[in-house]
Design a protein around this ligand. Sequence first.
Ligand code: THU
Length: 125
Amino acid sequence: MTYRDLLDISLENRKNSYAPYSNVTVSAALLCANGEVFKGVNVENASFGGTICAERSAIVSAVSSGIKDFKAIAISSNLDEFISPCGICRQFIHEFGSDIDVIMGDEEDYRVYKIRELLPLGFEL
Ligand code: THU
């Protein structure tokens, strides 16, 4: 699975985003060490604080299936600029390893960052 393939899975799954309030549709595809891919979308709520981001949806899905060893997460949205994960999602990704690759992009191009670059000195217990 190339990172281009992973990002394409994210792009394809964006149709499942539930974003009636912001109209910002976001999708994430999470590549696990065993090769499995878990998908997530943002799921908004009329009580705005109840919204969950696409990245956390994907991670919650994987962990709920007993998988916690992640290699990369590819994120896409309908915004003009490549979507960059919010602070809570950075911390959430970092929980499972500072070496995880974060791929941001669209149909044409993408960039790859380590989560530790996006969240220097991430909080750990
Ligand atoms: N959103 C994500 O899904 N991931 C991010 O990293 C940034 C923001 C969603 C939350 C909300 O549904 C919409 O984008 C606008 O903030």
